[in-house]
Ligand binder design. Sequence first.
Ligand code: ADP
Ligand code: MG
Length: 351
Amino acid sequence: MAEVKVQNLVLGYGDVKALDDVSLTFPDGQLFGLLGPSGSGKTTLLRCIAGFILPESGTISIAGETVDAVPVEKREIGMMFQNYALFPNMSVADNIGFGLKVRNIEGSEFKRRVNEALDLVKLAGLGSRRPHELSGGQRQRVALARAIVTRPRVLLLDEPLSALDKALRVDMQVELKRIQREVGITTIFVTHDQEEALTLSDQIGILREGRLVRSGPPQSLYQAPGDHFTASFLGDINTFEGVAGPAGLRLADGTLLPWPAGRLDPARTAIAVRPEEMHVSSTAPAEYTCAVRGTLEHMMFSGPTALCRVRYGERLLKVLVKNSELEDIPPAGDVWVSWPAKRSMLLHNET
Ligand code: ADP
Ligand code: MG
């Protein structure tokens, strides 16, 4: 059991609070995605957990024990960072086994462990090659094998895939998930790519300016983000602001958007709706839905879906419609944009 727990971490660089009272639990054996814009404190948090930097205050524990006084090499953590470097003059096997040598593991045990790691990352038989004889994706696997060959309790990955091109990155995401599952190691994965975080993570934490904004399972964060920052960071949204009443949100033009059933909340004055939850039609939709009247300005067809831009007052709504819905939509002019009330995401008032 190697749950990682950070409590009330604070770390400043001059005026910048890189970590501003961060408390978070990374569950044992899970892949936790840390997401946030550039400069939000993701790398700083990983470096604190690894032990490279000491927070000004707060405490970190691994498997129930405080590690605040434990040096880097004794924390039993495997790491892979964005700009990882393999030793160019060493074979793949020696690169992978570097951490074993440091721990005086040699001979047949060394070979066994390196071969096991090579198998795991599907590079069996390539141990005698040099890094320059491998593809980019293969080198990435070597770095991953090197990080886990010592059987660490925790794996820290700081934007490990951001240097790869899109196709290779998707392949590596699948591989990474497989390997993480197979080894069952508590993994903290930093990315600024929301799609990558949603795809890979069991849990997601969102950082903003050194603060943890929200955390939870990907699907619930995506569907019920709670605040505008989280909602827009995880995907596209259309927001509606108005005056909240018992029946729903009253927009400036008088339109009433009913609250989702059971979610009556007169304190919320904004809702957000994801483009893929909305529909466009030429006739008024059924009564139970939320609907606004707008003008279709343009449509971008992209195979399975089309993106419609609908002018509603001062703003352009984004609606993603399926191919099968296209025949109900006039090429331009007045349309209804509608969605089921249960797809309205209630947002907290911004502070
Ligand atoms: P992220 O990894 O989310 O992009 P970082 O953790 O690298 O963010 O940085 C968080 C904040 O701390 C940023 O404002 C960054 O400029 C600042 N920072 C990070 N490391 C240092 C440092 N060694 N010296 C000064 N400021 C730093
Ligand atoms: Mg970083």
